[in-house]
Design a protein. Structure first.
Lengths: 542, 118
């Protein structure tokens, strides 16, 4: 999102008048999802219910839920805002986010569904020594999810504060805490079943909201796309450059390289995101997992096409100064667009703004719930049950651990989210993708497709990818040395790029090979036969 | 979908032994399934990643070409961006068809024989 928000034009101006309406809609959504959660909680009896929603969701339901998990506030507000401010360069994000799904479809979703049970670690550890590999898988799952979570929590604070006109530190911390408490409730009570339904409701609301705004934008331009683009270019003050690459990333050789690094991280990160991967366990078969990815590609693709209309619509209808005054990163462009489409001084404008704001809030809540579930599942199933208890824990103990882990992760996120409320967290989502692509994807692919791959290969790849990605970010301008950094007053950066992917992803893949070739360990060929036959045919799948 | 399979977590399939898995892995039938899968998925993955990277590189280093107007205010950059969407949708559709025609029948035959307890 953005650094310290000093301009709260939207909040101080139009939004505060609509506060009662926005709060009512938020409350309706929260109440509805709590009812769903309690209902789902009553049906959650065993581990397969808690971790995998009983594996009885249909491909379409899971496709919706996957889309819900994936379309975070960063994609809705962030991409629309980036397009509104930077034109074409904002569009580049959505392309990477979408194309990435093909990796999941072609290489990961089905084999994972066939060979794992509850977590990503199940597949990584399948033919390896359980304890070290599960520890590594659990560690990287929690690191990736916490980075992602932090970005959403801090974003929630910024966004909701802005929309509700809350500017005090206490108010922002209160909102972060509220989001944290709600996500703990969703996950501990509803488990995967409740979380999946919340994702579905959110996905439907988000798509409906985007459809409505897209329709209204196109109506304004008599469904003439070329006119829309032309007005956006004129109104932006940048002319035809607004429709060409380069406004955001074209400045220097370094920013161009940074863009390539980001592009690689986006396209390879998705298939390594634990909260996305565990969604494939909620359907009964690999075939259903494949169909849910196909639904997700259709829904997410359609949604990103709509964000294009929203972003260019905002650029065409709102003065750039007004967008920047409301939020420097453009994160409030979509709600502002709703206000302008309805009419700034009319009730319609107020209602549309409130609706879109409530949808954005729903988006954040659902995504944080999905992330929390992924990390607490991995803690309970990989680390507690298989490493600490060495497989002797009862199902009841394991689920107890999962619920306590949820409370713990929720508490950690509230504290970190409150601390990070004024920091620039935009880098964190991209970092989560880079870490997922560097630490998780290589091991997933080698485990499934490379017979010789060994435990040390897996450990080298996971830890090496993780340390390289996180380390490079630590010494990048995201953390220090620039006015937009987390710590702008100190400078210890030496890595020039904001996204580490271009280095850390090849390192992750390479270390998997090096670790394997250097180890004297003989791979367990019987176990590989099991994994390979199982991953392609589903024999013995749970 | 929900009717495709009984609740999997609650039904205990007969789990074949490691020897059976090894025998199947070495069988011609499984070899053919693996070949149909890999010869489709691997080259296609390389192809779409290359196509995406080409697009990223053009966006970074070929600004003039990307700015060429196609019609109205639509330029090459937007056209290629939309083409990425189109190819993603097409590959998804093609994958679904390939899997249903070429992979699912073979996979199901092997699975039902192994779990049936031959």
């Amino acid at each position: 999102m953005s650094p310290a928000i000093t301009h709260v034009h939207l909040a101080a101006g139009e939004a505060s008048e609509h506060r009662p309406l926005i709060i009512t809609l938020f409350a309706v959504f929260v109440a509805a999802t709590l009812v769903i959660t309690v209902w789902a909680g009553r049906q959650t009896k065993d581990a397969a219910d808690f971790y995998a929603g009983g594996r009885q969701f249909t491909a379409f339901q899971n496709g919706l839920a996957v889309s819900g998990d994936y379309m975070s506030a960063a994609s809705f507000l962030g991409i629309a805002g980036a397009i509104a401010l930077f034109g074409y360069d904002g569009f580049l994000y959505s392309i990477g986010f979408l194309v990435a799904w093909l990796v999941a479809l072609l290489l990961v979703a089905e084999p994972l569904r066939n060979s794992g049970r509850y977590t990503m670690g199940d597949v990584l550890a399948y033919r390896m020594r359980q304890r070290p590999v599960r520890t590594a898988a659990g560690t990287s799952t929690i690191v990736v999810s916490i980075f992602y979570l932090l970005a959403q929590m801090a974003g929630a604070g910024v966004l909701v504060s802005l929309l509700l006109g809350i500017t005090s530190d206490g108010g922002k911390i209160g909102i972060v805490a509220l989001v944290g408490v709600l996500m703990i409730v969703y996950v501990t009570i509803g488990g995967m079943k409740g979380t999946t339904w919340v994702q579905m409701v959110k996905a439907v609301l988000l798509i409906a909201g985007a459809l409505l705004l897209t329709f209204l934008v196109l109506l304004k331009f008599h469904f003439n796309i070329s006119d829309l683009l032309g007005s956006a270019a004129d109104n932006s003050g940048k002319g035809s450059a607004f429709l060409e690459p380069g406004l955001k990333y074209g400045a220097t050789g370094t920013t161009k390289l940074d863009f390539i690094s980001l592009g690689i991280a986006l396209v390879l990160g998705t298939a390594g995101l634990p909260h996305i991967l565990i969604r494939f366990y909620t359907v009964p078969t690999a075939k259903a997992a494949r169909k849910s990815v196909i639904w997700a590609i259709g829904l997410i693709g359609a949604f990103y096409l709509m964000t294009l209309a929203l972003g260019f619509g905002a650029a065409a209808l709102i003065k750039p100064d007004e967008i920047i005054a409301s939020n420097k990163a453009g994160n409030t462009a979509a709600p502002l667009l709703a206000l302008h489409l309805g009419g700034v001084d009319s009730n319609w404008g107020a209602i549309l703004l409130a609706t879109i704001s409530a949808v954005a809030f729903a988006t954040i809540l659902a995504v944080v719930a999905g992330l929390t579930l992924a990390s607490s599942s991995s803690f309970a199933h990989d680390i507690y049950a298989n490493v600490i208890k060495k497989g002797t824990a009862t199902e009841k103990q394991e689920l107890g651990a999962a619920r306590w882990a949820t409370v713990g992760i929720g508490a950690v996120s509230i504290v970190l989210g409150a601390l990070a409320r004024d920091l620039n967290v935009a880098g964190l989502v991209a970092l989560a993708f880079a870490v997922a692509a560097s630490a998780n994807l290589p091991t997933i692919l080698y485990s499934l497709f490379w017979k010789r791959f060994t435990t040390s290969g897996a450990l080298w790849s996971i830890y090496g990818g993780l340390v390289t990605a996180v380390g490079l970010v630590l010494f990048s301008p995201v953390v220090s040395g620039k006015p937009t950094s987390m710590f702008p007053d100190v400078d210890f950066h030496w890595f020039p790029l904001e996204n580490p992917g271009i280095i850390s992803i090849p390192v992750g893949f390479l270390l998997g090979v090096v670790g394997t070739l250097l180890s004297k360990e003989t791979p367990d060929s019987g176990k590989y036969a099991e994994l390979e036959v199982r991953s392609l045919t589903g024999t013995g799948a749970h | 979908m929900a009717t495709d399979a009984p609740p999997p977590s609650k039904t205990e399939h007969r789990l074949p032994s490691t020897e059976e898995f090894v025998a199947v892995q070495e069988s011609a039938e499984f070899g053919e399934l693996r070949r149909s899968y890999r010869s489709f998925a691997f080259p296609l993955t390389v192809a779409f990643i290359a196509w995406y990277l080409l697009f990223v590189l053009l966006s970074s280093y070929a600004g003039d070409f990307m700015g060429t107007k196609l019609f109205g205010n639509v330029n090459v950059a937007l056209g290629l961006g939309l083409a990425q969407f189109l190819t993603t949708f097409l590959i998804a559709w093609w994958t679904a068809r390939h899997a249903a025609d070429r992979l699912d029948p073979k996979a199901e035959a092997i699975k039902s024989r192994m779990e049936g307890g031959a």
